[in-house]
Structure formats: C-alpha cells, structure tokens
Write a protein that binds this ligand. Sequence first.
Ligand SMILES: NC(=O)C1=CN([C@@H]2O[C@H](COP(=O)(O)OP(=O)(O)OC[C@H]3O[C@@H](n4cnc5c(N)ncnc54)[C@H](OP(=O)(O)O)[C@@H]3O)[C@@H](O)[C@H]2O)[C@@H](O)CC1
Ligand SMILES: Nc1ncnc2c1ncn2[C@@H]1O[C@H](COP(=O)(O)OP(=O)(O)O)[C@@H](O)[C@H]1O
Ligand SMILES: [K+]
Length: 504
Amino acid sequence: MSNEVLSPAEMAEADRRAIAAGPFDGIGLMRRAGQAVASLALARHPAAERFHVLCGPGNNGGDGYGAARLLHESGAAVSLWAVGAPRPGGDAALAAAECPLTPQALAGFEAGPGTVVIDALYGAGLSKPLAGDAARAVDIATERKLPVIAVDLPSGVSGDSGRVLGCAFQAEVTVTFARKKPGHLLLPGRQLCGEVVLADIGIGDAVIGELRIKTFENTPALWQAGFPRPAADTHKYRRGHVNVFSGGPSATGAARLSALAAARAGAGAVTVLSPGNAMQVNAAHLTSIMLRKVDDTATLAAILDDSRPAAFVLGPGFGVGEKARDFALAVLGDGQGRQNGVEGLVLDADGITSFEDHPASLFITAGAKGAAKLVMTPHEGEFSRLFSSLAGDDSLSKLDKARKAAARSHAVMIYKGADTVIAAPDGRAAINANAAPWLATAGSGDVLAGVVAGLLAQGMPAFEAACAAVWLHAEAGSSFGPGLIAEDLPQALVPLLRSLANST
Ligand SMILES: NC(=O)C1=CN([C@@H]2O[C@H](COP(=O)(O)OP(=O)(O)OC[C@H]3O[C@@H](n4cnc5c(N)ncnc54)[C@H](OP(=O)(O)O)[C@@H]3O)[C@@H](O)[C@H]2O)[C@@H](O)CC1
Ligand SMILES: Nc1ncnc2c1ncn2[C@@H]1O[C@H](COP(=O)(O)OP(=O)(O)O)[C@@H](O)[C@H]1O
Ligand SMILES: [K+]
C-alpha cells in the first residue's frame, strides 16, 4: 500500500535497509533523488532563465548537488549556493565532488525574475529553526515570488509535525522520496509543500513493509475493502439501526442532520431519540427518520435491550451535563454494549464537553471488556477540554496528540480540523488531506458524526468507519464547493457512495 506515511526516523531506517538490501548504495539513492528533482524542474520550468540550487550540509544538500549537476549537463543555466560543507567521506560529499559547478556562499544569494529556486537546504534532518543566511534566502524567494521546488520538504518545515521552525519556503512543488512524511500532510506543512510529488528512488515496497508502518494518508485504499454493501437478502434492521439523541425543543436540528447523514451512509433505519418536550418539533421535521421519546435512562435501557445491530450518536445539540454522561455511559454498556447489539457510540460536541470534569468515568467504561466501541469527534476546543495536558504539549504533533488520546481513552479519535487526524487505541493513525474550507460551516460536524454512526451500525470496524466517514465528508464538502451548508452534505455523499459501490 503506498499510502503509508513514514516519520523521518522511519524513513532513515528504510534508507538503511534499502542500502543493505541493494541494488543501490547510499550515493546511488542520492543520485536517483537528484535525478527526480532535475527532471521535474526541467519539465515544470523549461523556459527558466536560471536554476538557483541551494544546498545545505547534509544529505538534503547532497540531493541538491546531484540535481545541479544534471541540470547543468542538460544545458540549463545553474547557480549553486551552499551553506556548510558536507561531512567528508559521506554521500553528500561524494555528490558535491561529482558536481562540476563551484558553489558560492549562500550569504551572497541573489536571484532575479524568471529564475527558479531549488531548495535543498534541509529536509528530514531539520534540527533547529531556520536563521541567518537560510532565513534570508527564504525572504528573497518570498519577496520576489520566485517559484520554489523543494527537495523532500520545504526547508523550515518539520517532517514530523508539519510545523514551521523559524521560517520556511513556500514551495510550488515538493519532490519527496518513497513515501510521504507527516509534515507533507499536517498543517501548515501541507500548504507550504504545494503539490507533493512522490519519486521512486529505489526503496522497495518490501523494505517499507518490514517496518510495519502504522500511519497512513486517509485514502479509500485504507478502508474500501471493508466498506459495507447490503447483501441481497438483507432487511432494514440488518443493515444497521442508528439512534441519535436529540437536544431540547430549541436545539433539535443538529440531531436531525446527524440522523439524515446516518441514513445516507447506509443505515437501514434511523431513529431520533427525543426528550418529551421536543417530540413535536422533531415530528414536524422528520419523514423517513423515526422518532421515539427518551427522557431517562430507564427508557433508554429498553432501547439498549434490543439485540439488533445499532449505533448511537450523542452530543449534537444535546446540552452539557449529567444527563449526557449518564446516557453515554449507559450506551457504552459497562461490559454489556456489544452483547446487546450496540456496535458503537459516536460522542460528539456537548457529549464530549460533558466529560470535561469526569474524563476517567468515560475512559474506564470505554475500556471495559465488552464495551461498545467509542468514537469521539472533537475539534480543537473540545479536544483540549478532555485532554488538556496533551493539547498544551508543544513537543507533540497533532498526530502524536490524537494517537495518545486514543490510547488513553480507549476510543477511536477523530481530531477534527483542516488536517483531521484519525487514531485508534491500537496505534494506527491516518491523516486526512482532502478537506476544503467550505466544510467550516455550522452543523458540518453533526453530519460527520452521523456518517460515522451509519457505517458503525453496518458493522464496519471503528477505525475504518471513522476514516471512511472523514474522507467521504471531506470529499462531499470539496466537491460541493462554494455555497455549501450542512444540509447539503448528506445529498452530496450520494455520488461518492455510488462511485465507491461501483469500484468495489
Ligand atoms: N532517507 C532517505 O531515504 C534518503 C534521504 N535523502 C535525503 O537526505 C535528507 C536527510 O538528510 P540528513 O539526515 O543528512 O538531513 P538534512 O535535512 O540534510 O539536514 C542535516 C544537516 O543540516 C543541519 N541543520 C538542520 N537544520 C538546520 C538549521 N535550521 N540550520 C542550520 N543547520 C541545520 C544539521 O546540523 P546538526 O543537526 O547536525 O547540527 C545537519 O548538518 C532527506 O531530506 C533527503 O533529501 C536522499 O538523499 C535519498 C534517500
Ligand atoms: N478550514 C477547514 N478546512 C477543512 N475542513 C474543515 C475546516 N474547518 C472545519 N473543517 C471540518 O468541518 C467540520 C466542522 O465540525 P465542527 O467544528 O464540529 O462544526 P459544527 O459543530 O458546527 O458541526 C469538521 O469535520 C472539520 O474537520
Ligand atoms: K529542502
């Protein structure tokens, strides 16, 4: 699977194993990396007046020396600017020795209009904030709006976290090797990379396979095989039943958005569980979605006794407090959840906030043997209410935070935002990169919660259901585009579901 995402440390390990396995040695891989960069530069900028190749002291610089040599050999005008000398005897020193151009000191870097910058200063080895001559080079490229081709990563972007250390190049395109790194997908790194092109430099799939990678880009390849399809002899309850808890009379819309989304995602039957005082307003707005009165845990217990497969959504518009906690814990089931046919609980919005001062009760119940699967869908604010120490730890990336939160809470975590991360308690994680800002509209999260529940109710495992829902939700938002409101999203899922059904 080529959607594995490797940390810089994992990439370095892949590099070592590839060299050991052959056929390429270190300089062989580096030459291929330089070749990939030079080919792309010529293809994208055939009329460039000059290529300015900026080389750092490490292997990223080594790739740059290789690219500069090939561009020069192809007849292009090339200026080579270097900072620091490569370690003698290393691959980068070999690449520098093979390059016939004389490097100038980066301190004197100048570049006019019509020229292209190739940034091979720092890549996976970025170890401190960009400063001095490197920062000045960033300023020049930015001020003059020069196209930048980044080698592996734009210098200044952390490959682990996507964060900027000091300052960073804004690349038009980034050429990376073998697999993407978290910094290509997490923000702001993703935006600074521009287009990301993956080059095959000879690190084989077998080598990557040996590393047992647990981080992925969230693409359909990750979950498509298990995407639910109704059997010919199914019936509506066998397709899965979703129950969505409604808020009070002035806050019912969010639950109905979730309910509709769950139905579109393929749940055979969907019921809004409404407080008595909101029955009328819910009834006035529901057609295919069913409605049932639930005011207390005793009534809820009767629903939970039903053994047909079901998933629950609790949180959208629900209100914060003890009732939310009692209902959520009852659904999780204290060892009874799965036996009762409860496939899972999607805890969103107010459902999450309700546990701000009582996280242990939620985490213990979710971790109990036989509990229903818990999926939580916090945005940044909700995440920090439940996981304040993780949220405030600047040494952790968003990927690290989601992963640790999932392990701590025994829940699949959907840590939302423009770079949503999905993480499972077993350590698997996926970074989502197909969302568009049109999704930042009220009620959009309610729809996502409903899609997750719709897939859970159909028996999809929680991590895969969460990944599929996030991808579908993002794709629906991106394909709809301007003018999107949350009500549009369930309908916008339809063509995507159709093409998934046709392609499996
Ligand atoms: N792995 C693979 O499969 C392949 C990898 N390849 C390439 O190797 C690259 C990784 O190479 P790398 O490990 O040598 O690290 P790299 O990014 O060159 O930086 C290290 C040097 O920079 C320095 N330094 C760092 N930050 C700094 C700063 N802000 N300001 C100043 N100095 C700073 C740092 O200093 P130190 O931390 O030691 O003090 C050290 O000297 C990778 O991105 C890819 O392009 C390909 O060749 C093909 C196969
Ligand atoms: N700038 C953005 N780009 C892409 N997706 C976004 C952006 N902002 C928000 N989203 C997505 O939109 C949804 C918003 O959910 P949420 O914050 O819970 O809103 P609401 O509570 O109004 O439903 C999430 O799925 C989130 O990932
Ligand atoms: K770089």
